[in-house]
Design a protein around this ligand. Structure first.
Ligand code: 3HC
Length: 296
């Protein structure tokens, strides 16, 4: 007898979105949803943070107007679909929420507990975490099947990938909904089981770490290390430039998670990385990392 085809999971039809965190990732996530026609509420801890995110969205869209990709009126329409709110209680009507708050487990846990109180039990709750276990966040809410990772890449409007991270409890419907949403955003989704660093950071952070060891050992200059990876491997940025771009603190956080979760010394962070984070040289966001961004 021919095997019966499995019935594909039905995704939920989503029209409204909530984004928590208006920083480097959150503002980009809000922008791409609004551009794709969704109504988006954007939250952060203060109105000034949200205004900062809205300014960045405005400037990204102005560039698209200059490049004649969208008209001025389309820009205004996109912006009109974004509603800033500093009060998470306003998320009670959201069907789909993505959090992109600080990459600290306690902060994320507080957000998920609050969302569980505020949102309807059928709403889907996604995290843009780069390293925190989805399974642990899902365990904090009733109906944990509605929790998954929706991992975007920086800069969100440019990068085409979304990792859909399935925690132990994530339902097939939740994954299917995130897959369909990602496609509506013009992104390519890949599915990955909850595992330290998922696919992306498990591979890229050890590469960056190895570049830092290479620098620390005096084998080559930072410029030459980056040149090898740009010209020899066709990477758009060298690994040290990329570390500055992502944030050295984020790279260290991911490496710590990989090291502790796998208990494998191959993931130990380079002492130079640790030292730079201690010095507050976190990359572009502090205007100093492996390179100097004083003039930015
Ligand atoms: N927001 C929106 N758009 C941006 C942007 C930003 N922050 N930065 C650049 N862009 C746009 C520019 O407007 C430009 O668009 P255009 O073609 O319409 O003019 C386009 O991107 C190219 O930009 P530039 O010409 O200024 O510069 P580059 O060609 O050097 O590209 C880059 C910049 C896209 C950032 C490229 O260097 C790149 O792809 N770098 C690698 C980025 C990467 O690896 N990201 C993943 C990081 S890992 C991660 O996010 C996971 C996390 O969990 C750690």
């Amino acid at each position: 007898m021919p095997a019966q085809n499995a019935i594909p999971p039905v995704s939920q039809k989503i029209s409204n979105i909530g984004v928590i965190g208006a920083g480097a990732m959150g503002h980009g996530i809000a922008q791409v949803f609004a551009q794709a026609g969704f109504h988006v509420k954007l939250n952060d801890v203060s109105l000034s943070f949200i205004e900062g995110g809205m300014k960045r969205i405005d400037s990204n869209l102005s560039r698209s107007v200059e490049k004649r990709r969208i008209s001025d009126s389309q820009k205004m329409e996109i912006i009109s679909r974004l509603s800033p709110t500093p009060d998470l209680a306003d998320f009670s009507d959201r069907q789909f929420v993505v959090e992109a708050v600080l990459e600290k487990i306690d902060t994320k846990k507080t957000v998920f507990k609050k969302l569980d109180e505020v949102c309807s039990k059928s709403s889907i709750l996604a995290s843009n975490t780069s390293s925190i276990p989805i399974t642990e966040l899902a365990a904090l809410v009733s109906n944990p099947g509605r929790v998954a990772g929706m991992h975007f890449f920086n800069p969100v409007p440019v990068m085409k990938l979304v990792e859909i991270v399935e925690g132990l409890q994530t339902s097939p419907e939740t994954s299917a909904t995130i897959r369909d949403l990602s496609l509506e955003l013009g992104k390519t989704p890949v599915l990955v089981k909850d595992s330290p660093g998922f696919i992306s950071n498990r591979i890229v952070c050890p590469m960056i770490n190895e570049a830092i060891f290479t620098l620390q050992e005096g084998i080559a200059s930072k410029e030459d290390i980056d040149t090898v990876m740009k010209l020899g491997m066709n990477h758009p940025m060298g690994p040290l430039e990329l570390a500055d771009f992502v944030g050295l603190d984020i790279v260290l956080d991911v490496l710590e998670v990989l090291y502790h979760e796998f208990q494998d010394p191959k993931f130990r962070a380079a002492p130079l990385l640790r030292k730079m984070v201690r010095a507050g040289y976190l990359g572009r966001k502090t205007k100093r990392g492996f390179y100097d961004y004083g003039a930015l």
